[in-house]
Ligand binder design. Structure first.
Ligand SMILES: Nc1ncnc2c1ncn2[C@@H]1O[C@H](COP(=O)(O)OP(=O)(O)OP(=O)(O)O)[C@@H](O)[C@H]1O
Length: 593
């Protein structure tokens, strides 16, 4: 039963995967499909014509028509080889691009971050994306050659069967156990590879730590080389041991089956010699028999090998299809259009726990703000500040309570429209290694070609001065990753991220420690910009610099994931001891500096 299920699954995956060829390139797929039977049937046709020619030769002349048939078939089947190779190459390129684009589109459809924090989903995603650049090659090469070989084998068995059907039947039967064993081993090796996926990521991380510019300073300063190399070898040995076992098993089993089928071939050859000695078959018949026997056994072997290698690829495709079918459990997107006026935003008894965590990151959070208010969120490390804004941006959904905008749950709004209304600078902002125009323009892709808008965003985000001083232009590539790129200081990168957030005409701005890497003058200037640019906008800014809280209309104080206070700064400083202590501690450290 399990075998039938596996075979059904194999065929289903095979057909499903083939549909991707069609989607990737209809032209190449059609020609390849047309070439398959030509190439597959040519060997049997050539052998059969050669037999007739030999029999004719022994009894007189070979008719010209036979020579012509042989020549034409030989020419077509030979010409099919380079055509096939080129088309397979073209189709491979298209399929790789198709698979990668589909993966990127799928990623676009995942709105939240919860799935990315599920270890098995993340491991699968890493496997699918890291192998997407070469797996489709195997799908094409093994997938196509397997069909071709199957047709060739059937045509050969048909020729063999005319001499002795039993030889054909025994040959077919000998394929079955070996195929099953091969598939089983291939599945084993794929599963070993999948289960070693976390290890594979680990060793990749170890080697990258020593090879990338990012960690180069610390690695050298603290002499981390021996540690990482030792860890690499330890994990690698564990992985290698499991894979080696699977590969050796595969080799021994193949050798045993090879022995059986070679013995079978020798036995059938002896039988044919006896038949000829008894005068029951012609010399031409002997040629056909020997050629078909070797072609069939060769075909059987390579088709078992190709189909089991294809199986490996189909198991990968299964992971690919699984990823493509993944659905988020939270319904992130509603139907409502975003309101033209944001009147208020409120959290009502919101509690949230990160996936797989024991404790709440936020508990029973309730507050309301009105449009145009500037809210500073303060609190010690780990108090839940970033989590609160991540919930507001709908990267996660709270397990309890609701977040509302204009008294409507934010889950009811269309997520794309909703997110467009937010501008944000994250604590761990992304550095995009792109030309400056794109790096900033990505804040509002529709305005990417608007030079004036980009220059203004740079002025507002405090990057314009560095832009002039460093002699940059809008086409300068940021980062050293690509040829001709230039690197920026931490503060300059942050200013690029801030400039990007000023590109969008967002109604709500979220700034998660926007000035952490900035010098005091830049910080002052950027806050000035915020005040100017965020008039009538609702702003949430997380800050550890309590001097900045004076810019806020209200301060939300978080402590251990709960609200400790929510009021204007001057009120809190008088009434909230925890806040006053935090503020005075920092004020003192400023004075002592
Ligand atoms: N992705 C995550 N998965 C699991 N736990 C997380 C995740 N992100 C944050 N946490 C935990 O949630 C709690 C709140 O984290 P959060 O980042 O919101 O704090 P924060 O106040 O912004 O801290 P900081 O001032 O250090 O930036 C912390 O205990 C943190 O360890």
């Amino acid at each position: 039963m399990k075998i039938i299920k596996n075979v059904k699954n194999y065929i289903f995956l095979y057909i499903h995967s083939f549909s991707l060829f069609w989607k990737a390139s209809r032209g190449s797929s059609t020609i390849l499909l047309f070439l398959i039977p030509i190439q597959a049937l040519a060997p049997a046709a050539l052998i059969k014509i050669a037999q007739i020619m030999l029999d004719n030769l022994l009894h007189g002349n070979v008719p010209n028509s036979l020579l012509a048939y042989w020549g034409i078939i030989f020419f077509i089947s030979s010409a099919a080889i380079p055509i096939n190779t080129s088309l397979q190459g073209i189709l491979t390129d298209k399929l790789i691009a198709f698979v990668n684009i589909e993966l990127m589109k799928k990623s676009k459809s995942i709105n939240g971050l919860t799935l990315f924090e599920n270890p098995s989903f993340y491991d699968n995603l890493q496997l699918v994306s890291s192998e997407a650049s070469w797996r489709p090659v195997n799908l094409i090469v093994f997938g196509i050659s397997m069909i071709r070989e199957l047709i060739t084998i059937i045509s050969m068995l048909f020729l063999l069967g005319r001499y002795n059907p039993w030889i054909a039947i025994i040959l077919i039967l000998s394929i079955i156990p070996q195929s099953l064993v091969s598939y089983h081993i291939q599945q084993d090796s794929f599963e070993t590879m999948v289960t070693r996926s976390p290890d594979a990521r680990k060793i990749q991380y170890y080697s990258q730590a020593l090879l990338t510019a990012k960690d180069a300073k610390e690695v050298r300063l603290f002499g981390m080389f021996d540690f990482f190399i030792k860890e690499y070898i330890k994990v690698y040995k564990g992985m290698h041991f499991k894979m080696k076992k699977v590969r050796l098993k595969q080799m021994w089993i193949s050798l045993v089956f090879l022995g059986i089928s070679v013995s079978l071939s020798i036995a059938s050859l002896v039988w044919m010699i006896i038949v000829i000695e008894q005068g029951k078959a012609s010399t031409g018949g002997f040629l056909v028999f020997v050629s078909t026997l070797t072609a069939t056994t060769d075909g059987v072997y390579s088709s078992i090998e190709n189909s089991s290698l294809l199986y490996d690829t189909l198991l990968y495709m299964q992971k690919y299809f699984d990823f493509m079918n993944v659905k988020e459990t939270n319904t992130y997107s509603g139907e409502l259009s975003f309101p033209s006026n944001v009147k208020n935003i409120s959290f009502d008894k919101v509690s949230f726990k990160y996936p797989g965590q024991k404790n709440n990151a936020l508990t029973n959070i309730s507050f309301t703000i009105t449009s145009g208010e500037r809210i500073a969120i303060v609190g010690e490390n780990g108090s839940g500040k970033s989590t609160l804004v991540k919930l507001l941006m709908r990267f996660y959904a709270p397990q309890q309570g609701t977040i509302e905008l204009n008294r409507t749950s934010i889950t009811k709004f269309n997520i794309q429209q909703y997110r467009k209304k937010f501008g944000a600078v994250f604590q761990d902002y992304s550095k995009f290694y792109l030309p400056l125009r794109e790096s900033i323009g990505l804040g509002n892709p529709e305005l990417m070609s608007n030079k004036e808008k980009i220059i203004n965003a740079m002025k507002d985000g405090g990057f314009f001065e560095s832009f002039i001083e460093k002699g940059l232009n809008l086409n300068t590539i940021l980062g050293k990753q690509f040829n001709g790129g230039i690197d920026l200081s931490g503060g300059q990168w942050q200013k690029v991220a801030i400039s990007k957030s000023f590109m969008a005409n967002s109604q709500i701005l979220i700034l998660d420690e926007p000035t952490a890497s900035l010098d005091p003058r830049s910080e002052f200037e950027i806050y000035q910009s915020f005040i100017k640019l965020t008039k009538n906008k609702t702003v949430f800014f997380i800050t550890h610099r309590l001097s900045a809280v004076k810019l806020a209309d209200k301060v939300l104080v978080l402590k251990g994931g709960k609200i400790n206070g929510f009021a204007p700064h001057c009120e809190l400083i008088k009434k909230n001891k925890y806040y006053a202590d935090l503020y005075n501690l920092q004020a003192k450290s400023f004075q002592s500096n």
